[in-house]
Design a binder for this molecule. Structure first.
Ligand SMILES: *[C@@H]1O[C@H](CO)[C@@H](O)[C@H](O)[C@H]1NC(C)=O
Length: 246
């Protein structure tokens, strides 16, 4: 096939996928007096709908969200550095919106969501080297699964309205994430040394409250980056008046 026909097919395919997604999303009208109420319900449904991502539109999956690497320096209760790779974050597609605020004008966009996720599960490969704490050697590698229950966070998306091919789109310029808390955490560790794995799970299950205090400023920044990419991948595919009809 001629390469320009292939391009036309790809573009038509993407337009078709666009239309499919729009037809499945719950759309909330800006002029609806219950615009915010509508979004409180529509956003979790949208997250679930887009959960697996949309490869045709370059929208990455929401479950799992991916992170390449996460390095924790030797601070706080764990006095050894920790390296996590191939991180899969599960659980955001089951989030519920507790509170929401939105401002949408001809030039600006602001969305503030208080999202509660029943269970967020971080699965990763880990490596701990020279990991000695209170005389116990935790040096090992393997897989970890860290579950956070009732993860509550405030997520602010600040953006501007940009013009592209005569249409207005939202472009997110800044995301601020604040972790409001978790009720409980559970750690499962599949270590190359099962004895060490057991000791580690015990240590983490005892010390997680102090551990997350130390890592909070860093993981909220990483979340902010991931959310910003996700949001822009989505908003750049649909004109404002298609997602939020007037
Ligand atoms: C998010 O926005 C709300 C409402 O403007 C504000 O009260 C809150 O402090 C903001 N949080 C963050 C993390 O920026």
């Amino acid at each position: 096939m001629h390469s320009s026909s292939v391009l036309v097919l790809v573009l038509l395919g993407a337009a078709w996928v666009n239309a499919q997604i729009l037809s499945k999303l719950t759309l909330c009208s800006q002029s609806d007096p219950k615009f915010k109420e509508c979004l409180k319900d529509a956003i979790p449904k949208g997250l679930a709908l887009l959960g697996a991502g949309v490869p045709e539109l370059n929208i990455p999956p929401i479950d799992p969200m991916k992170m390449d690497k996460w390095e924790v320096t030797a601070e706080g209760p764990l006095t050894f550095p920790q390296t996590y790779t191939n991180i899969d974050i599960h659980g955001h597609t089951k989030g519920k919106v507790k509170d929401l605020d939105i401002t949408l004008t001809d030039t600006d966009f602001f969305l503030s969501i208080d999202l509660v996720c029943d269970e967020v599960d971080y699965q990763a490969d880990y490596v701990y080297e020279n990991a000695i704490l209170d005389g116990v050697d935790y040096s090992s590698k393997g897989k970890t699964s860290t579950m956070a229950f009732n993860y509550d966070s405030r997520n602010n998306f600040t953006g501007t309205i940009i013009k592209k091919d005569g249409e207005n789109y939202i472009s997110i310029t800044k995301v601020d994430v604040e972790s409001l808390g978790v009720d409980d955490m559970k750690f499962k560790i599949d270590s190359d040394d099962p004895e060490v794995g057991k000791k580690m799970a015990k240590l983490f299950n005892e010390k997680w409250r102090d551990m997350i205090k130390e890592t909070k400023p860093k993981y909220t920044k990483i979340y902010a980056e991931i959310y910003k990419n996700e949001a822009n991948a989505f908003f750049s595919k649909f004109p404002v008046n298609q997602i939020f009809p007037k």
